[in-house]
Design a protein around this ligand. Sequence first.
Ligand code: KIV
Ligand code: NA
Length: 262
Amino acid sequence: MQKITIKDFLKKKGKEKIVMLTVYDYSMAKILNETKIDAFLVGDSLGMNVLGFPSTLQVTMEHMIHHTRAVARATPRQMIIADMPFMSYEPSNEVAVNNAGTLAREGADAVKLEGGVEVQERVREIVKFGVPVMGHIGLTPQRYLTLGGYRTIKDENKLVSDALALEEAGVFSLVIENVYAEIAKKITEKVSVPTICIGAGPHCDGQVLVIHDFLGLGEISPYFARKYLDLKTEIHEAVEKYVNDVKSGTFPGKENYKSKES
Ligand code: KIV
Ligand code: NA
């Protein structure tokens, strides 16, 4: 199957839903390459899910480069979108263009950054110099301190003007996180680029899930996610079997080792 491009993404709007998952490493990228997922998000949620940080604020360019490279080594047909981490784009256009360029050089097909009107110039500059940008509005976890926690964002006028500012700056797509479904619907109707939702209802052009929530590996199960597997339970059961097998002497079995006679 052919590599999915920005063009394919744009063509799907209003016709076919776009389906995304976060992917943080080579082995999962290899497995998911064989599925109908459209795009992999190397999300800065890897900070909590993979690295054990308390929030995404601790995630650096170094971490994002490390994981983007790992996903890119799987050469998936899916588009690889890498999150720009906290403070990798905020300080200046120059910093933003440099860091977006670095992620593209390391294998990202596009970058994602958080914010609306206030990042419009950053987005414009990054796109101008050749790196496609996905926007991210609504709950922006990198701003949880000033937002007063992880909560539903309800200011409709601000959300709409943020979406329009990003569209105008040239984003090819837009994540809408944790806003009322009616507002996400309105934005989806207003902008020409596909909207990808998480916790923002069914009216968007696509959905994204964090893979740890999807697989049942996360520490909590957010209400807006659906647990398609309960891998944590399955892992515990498998480990119990392994421990029992070793202790009882049934592992390794004859097929698992060589001896002089065989
Ligand atoms: O980092 C992430 O996983 C994200 C998604 C929740 C959109 O940004
Ligand atoms: Na993110």
